[in-house]
Design a protein around this ligand. Sequence first.
Ligand code: PMM
Length: 278
Amino acid sequence: MTLIMGVLNVTPDSFSDGGRWASTDAAIEHGLRLVAQGADIVDVGGESTRPGATRVSPPDERSRVIPVITALARQGVRISVDTLNADTAHAAVAAGASIINDVSGGLADPLMAAVAARSGCTYVAMHWRGHAQEMGSRAEYGNVVADVHAELAARVVVLTSAGVKRSDLVLDPGLGFAKRADHDWELLANLAAFDDLGLPMMVGASRKRFVAAVLPADASVLSRDLPTAVISVLAAQAGAWAVRVHDVSATRTAFNVLARVAAARQPGARDDSAGHDA
Ligand code: PMM
């Protein structure tokens, strides 16, 4: 079954949770709440990647995420660290993270591939074309699915040459990163096109701008959680390894529906003795 990665942004400027979890204690509490709601993994990030966001220095990033990772890992939570910085990834792994989630796929920090290789952790390489300030101007594609596929395949070659084991790699098409809304929908519609790379895929659609296309113009950011849960189902049906979401409860409920339907499809699942279920 597709894993649920709950988002824990320890930033004052994240667009989707308004920095509500910026203090360490509140962040730890929210991380535990995500697990109680059904998260398999908690993705801890200290630098916002939203379009136009300003960069955070690696020491500031570490001071935000490391205490949170330490506390959650001590309580047995499976942690990924959402970072572009090799030093932060290294410190996060030492603090108990078992997944490095790098939205740049190793492009932002030349030392990342070596840190990932040495760590022996799962390494998520997302499709990326530049930092928040520059990615808007880089959303140019001949064929977005073919181009993202080719650029991810190239990352796999570089990362495995640097020592990252293929068996530790996960790929991500990077919805919303140097993509226009129509690019995001096209990638979602063609997740199967990445199957031939032979690696697990993860999908991060949660609360992103393209999701607003299915809602009334004045809808709030939080109202993107329902369409996000539907996208989680589509990603699961396409065989995704994980979905990265803010509203873990909604996606867990949606996955419970999938699990019930799958169980009911098993031979012998039908129970004719049961009464009418009104
Ligand atoms: N999106 C964001 C941050 N990290 N990581 C992966 N692997 N995939 C994503 O799509 C992704 C990510 C941006 O979203 P946020 O600002 O809501 O955390």
